[in-house]
Design a protein around this ligand. Structure first.
Ligand code: SME
Length: 164
């Protein structure tokens, strides 16, 4: 599936179908890991991206706070990302979605896979605190745009609404 070739209307349509499915999934299960695992699978199924999944903020005593790999779909990935590092660490630090049309042009991008050409990272909030990020990677340039940012922000808001 070539996510690059979706029209804006098709893309919106897929997200509109997905949002109620995600709400149904996460409203009936309280375990965050189980929910993130199913949402990763639903996104992979809907869009066929190269890699999609979650990193969760871990702040353990005696260690610097970091993002640790959570549920995902796709090839092996880096397990630990420091605050402010790469696209994920930047989304965490700035508490702001990062849309990266060409990963090579992003200073400090962490290349988990050389196949990845473009990326979007969306922070997950509980209150004002970033508790993790959703990361999606594509093997095509410029796969992600403002539509993805808008809908993935809605999607993670649905997940976060049900975090206990
Ligand atoms: N490219 C990300 C690292 C995570 S992987 O893409 C799965 C980054 O720069 O933060």
């Amino acid at each position: 599936m070539e996510s690059l070739h979706l029209t804006a209307t098709d893309k919106k349509g897929r997200y509109e179908e997905l949002l109620p499915q995600v709400e149904a999934l996460v409203s009936t299960e309280t375990d965050l890991i189980a929910n993130l695992a199913n949402v990763s699978a639903a996104l992979k199924e809907a869009f066929g991206w190269w890699w999609v999944g979650f990193y969760l903020v871990r702040d353990e005593q005696g260690q610097s706070p970091r993002l640790v790999l959570g549920p995902f779909q796709g090839p092996l990935a880096c397990t630990s990302i420091a605050y402010g590092r790469g696209v994920c660490g930047t989304a965490w630090m700035q508490a702001k979605t990062q849309v990266v049309p060409d990963v090579e042009a992003f200073p400090g991008h962490i290349a988990c896979s050389s196949a990845s050409k473009s990326e979007i990272v969306v922070p997950l909030f509980v209150g004002n605190t970033v508790i993790g990020v959703l990361d999606a990677d594509s093997e095509f340039l410029a796969t992600f745009d403002a539509i993805d940012a808008e809908y993935l922000e809605k999607l993670v808001a649905v997940i976060c609404k049900f975090i206990k």
